[in-house]
Design a protein around this ligand. Structure first.
Ligand code: BGC
Length: 771
């Protein structure tokens, strides 16, 4: 089936749209009018004397499917959007670690966007999963910025290859839903630079999304929508962003400050209220008209970029194949499924299912799938697969099924819980394998609020316990948008997989994995912790009284669990296969130094099992000695490598200076501090197959010396160090005294007459040291 939606087109003239000519023709009031929306989903047109000077274009959500609302729909609600393919959510897409797949999904999304005459799809979201509690984690890729950034860049490339735009969101530090429209994310600069900004940076510098959407929240006390440092210094001046900055819907608090800071377009409409404020501020000399011109120019550029697709009709790009997109959604759902556990029972692992016709299916989620999250990303799917039907189709027989529990979104069932469990136990008993579908009910996670805990509903755990006692050959399939606690029940379950919120074909995609039609190759992009209390932001999430303190600093996700040597249920990067892979010949070679430091890493990967599969090879880097505390290891590169049984491939990764750097909080720049770096290659963050140390010639990271530099710092200093050491050698200071003096400022050392220093000598030393 093909959907061709080539009319109606937005009213445009066919005159080439010359941004500078149009800008020069506009009055101040017209320019200001461009800086806010026409309504919920359209930019403002400019009409004069019946002629359209600037056409209006439409933007809509995003990110994993098109949510184009009917004209009649309530603009906040979710009903009434056109049917569109609901691809797996970012949680699932990310777990594929497959940039090529993300690009293809992006192309399909772009094609649907274009077919419906929409200029910009509002996504992807690359906020870091700081806590598994964030209600919107399903819309985000990872707790790690490299996975999030690389995969989102591929998605953006795919979407934009169809002549429509994307909106990279929510910039920045929007890592929770609680108080999201007001809270100040209080984050030190190093943590922002190393954890919360790099995914945005990767997408901006590699893929130039047409737009970036600012977040609702404040960052260190300033609303993101008026944050000059974020929107201009970092985004444009440092990263070279060329597109338009749009507000999140309703994120503008001070429009004039926003224009000055680099917020080009406010959405949705302000009914002209803020346009008038902009005009008044220019007239009063409080806002430079050049800032209005800059923002208006970017709106015009967005319109100019959008017009070719909007004006084209009948082209191959202006229609899409619903069946083909559903098939792609199914492929993506299978690719994002993570096999967490597959232990032998009676001598063989339960998966893939040895006898698909001898299976009992338990769990309402098998019949009533949860396949996307609630809120602005909610798509009206073109079709919907459920796992029960897919399992029955694959088996060619009517497999027994019992719901076991109810869901508010499932069919009404008035039977008491113990009756549902008893029925499920009877259904499971004697079956060759029992596949139990469990997961988070829809009300547990959503845009707009956070989860309260990591647990499954108690009735589901009770069901599982009873079923596993009756038949130990249990496979559990989990559905949910972020980490779910498996503590307390996973030992009763020999096989466990998670399909996240897998989109409209999630049901069939997961069955492809269960049956072995697809060999699982997904890996966790977020740690599954043992307990909520173990999570990095515990105690600092979601904050209070308008502030959330990012107290864990750079130790987010696996960086935290590794630093603390903590046990986790399943580590970042983990995911099993139906085949096995060997890693050999790991080598790392330094290929550059200083600010151009570089390391080439190579590894041979071999499929040592009996079936074809794909391995996600992960490269982690650690810098054991540095001026700042660095995470034990950090993911810097990865590759998904498909291999036939017995086949081998050498995979190479080029790490650059940035991959070795940290953000120096005093020098306020990236630095490669020389010395030993540990490069580890593996199948997960805790399944490292080989480790190689390299010695890198770094940059000069000597800090300027001053009166308040400590004796210890002076001793480390290349110029001052020998002088001070000589002074100490000349004096007889006992070791305890010396240890006490190490953290004393030089001024105090001089006043005490230690290390041969007095104030005069100290002044000379500082001058010499700072050159
Ligand atoms: C969400 C955005 C979304 C926008 C438009 C906001 O509430 O945070 O992600 O794109 O609404 O629906």
């Amino acid at each position: 089936m093909t959907l061709d939606q080539s009319a109606p087109r937005p009213a445009t003239t066919d005159r080439p749209f010359d941004v500078e000519r149009v800008l020069a023709e506009l009055t101040l009031a017209e320019k200001a009018s461009l800086l806010s929306g026409l309504d919920f989903w359209h930019t403002q047109p400019v009409e004069r004397d019946g002629e359209t000077l600037v056409p209006s274009v439409m933007v809509t959500d995003g990110p994993h499917g098109l949510r184009k609302q009917d004209e009649s729909a309530d603009h906040l609600g979710l009903g009434g959007s056109v049917p569109a393919t609901c691809f797996p959510t970012a949680a699932a897409l990310g777990s594929s670690w497959d940039a090529d797949l993300l690009r293809r999904v992006g192309e399909a999304l772009g094609r649907e966007t274009r077919t419906h005459d929409v200029a910009v799809l509002l996504g992807p979201g690359v906020n870091i999963k700081r806590s598994p509690l964030c209600g919107r984690n399903f819309e985000y890729f990872s707790e790690d910025p490299v996975v999030a950034g690389d995969l989102a860049a591929a998605l953006v490339d795919g979407i934009q290859s169809r002549g429509v735009g994307t909106s990279l969101k929510h910039f920045a530090a929007n890592n929770q839903e609680a108080d999201r429209m007001r809270v100040s994310a209080d984050v030190d600069e190093r943590t922002l630079r190393e954890i919360y900004l790099p995914a945005f940076e990767r997408v901006v510098t590699r893929s130039q999304p047409w737009t970036v959407m600012c977040a609702y929240n404040k960052v260190n006390g300033v609303y993101a929508s008026q944050h000059d440092w974020l929107l201009t210094t970092v985004l444009r001046d440092e990263w070279g962003f060329e597109g338009l900055v749009v507000s999140d819907w309703g994120a503008v608090r001070d429009r004039v400050a926003g224009v000055a800071a680099g917020l080009d377009l406010e959405m949705p409409s302000s009914g002209g209220r803020t346009d008038a404020q902009v005009v008044a501020a220019v007239r009063a000399g409080e806002l430079d008209e050049a800032a209005v011109d800059a923002a208006a120019r970017r709106v015009l550029q967005l319109v100019a970029r959008s017009l070719p697709a909007l004006r084209s009709t009948g082209a191959e790009d202006d229609s899409f194949d619903i069946d083909a997109h559903h098939t792609l959604a199914r492929e993506a759902a299978a690719a994002g499924t993570v096999l967490l556990k597959n232990e032998p029972v009676d001598g063989a692992p339960l998966l893939p299912l040895a006898a698909p016709a001898d299976v009992a299916v338990i769990g309402e989620l098998a019949r009533t799938p949860r396949y996307q999250g609630a809120g602005s990303s909610q798509v009206n799917p073109t079709r919907l697969d459920d796992a029960l039907t897919a399992l029955r189709e694959a088996a060619g027989t009517d497999l027994p099924f019992a719901p076991g529990y109810t869901l508010a979104e499932g069919p009404a069932d008035d039977r008491p819980a113990d009756e549902l469990v008893a029925e499920a136990v009877a259904t499971a008993r004697g079956a060759g394998t029992v596949v139990v579908f469990l997961g988070l009910p829809a009300a547990y996670e959503s845009e707009g609020y956070d989860r309260e805990h990591l647990d499954l509903p108690a009735d589901q755990v009770a069901l599982l316990t009873a079923v596993a006692a009756a038949n130990p050959r249990v496979v559990v399939v989990l559905a949910g948008g972020s980490a779910i606690s498996v503590s307390g029940w996973r030992d009763a379950v020999p096989a466990l997989l998670v399909g996240w919120l897998g989109g409209q074909a999630g049901g069939s995609g997961i069955v492809d994995v269960l049956n072995g039609a697809v060999t699982p190759s997904g890996k966790l992009t977020e740690t599954i912790p043992l307990r909520l209390e173990d999570t990095p932001s515990y105690g600092n999430f979601p904050g209070e009284l308008g502030h959330v303190r990012y107290g864990e600093g750079v130790l987010v996700g696996y960086r935290w669990y590794d630093a603390r040597r903590m046990e986790v249920a399943y580590p970042f990067g983990h995911g099993l296969s139906y085949t096995t892979f060997a890693y050999d010949d790991v080598a790392a070679q330094v290929t550059g130094s200083g600010a151009d430091a570089a390391v080439r890493v190579q590894v041979r990967v071999t499929n040592t099992g009996a079936v074809a599969g794909a391995e996600v090879v992960q490269v982690y880097v650690g810098d054991p000695v540095a001026q700042v505390q660095r995470p034990e290891r950090e993911l810097k590169a990865f590759a998904k490598v498909p291999l036939a049984p017995g086949a081998s491939r050498v995979v190479a990764f080029d790490l650059d200076a940035r991959d070795l750097s940290y953000w120096h909080p005093v020098l306020r720049r990236w630095v490669v501090e020389g010395g030993e770096f540990v490069v580890a290659v593996g199948a997960s963050s805790r399944d490292l197959r080989a480790q190689v140390s390299v010695d890198v010639d770094g940059e000069d990271v000597t800090l300027p010396l001053g009166e308040l530099s400590t004796l210890g710092e002076a001793l480390q200093h290349p110029v001052a160090g020998p002088v001070v050491r000589a002074g100490l050698d000349g004096a007889t200071i006992d070791p305890v005294m010396l240890a006490m003096a190490t953290d004393m400022p030089l001024a105090v050392i001089a006043d005490f007459g230690l290390a041969g220093l007095d104030r005069g000598a100290l002044g000379q030393l500082i001058e010499a040291a700072n050159g």
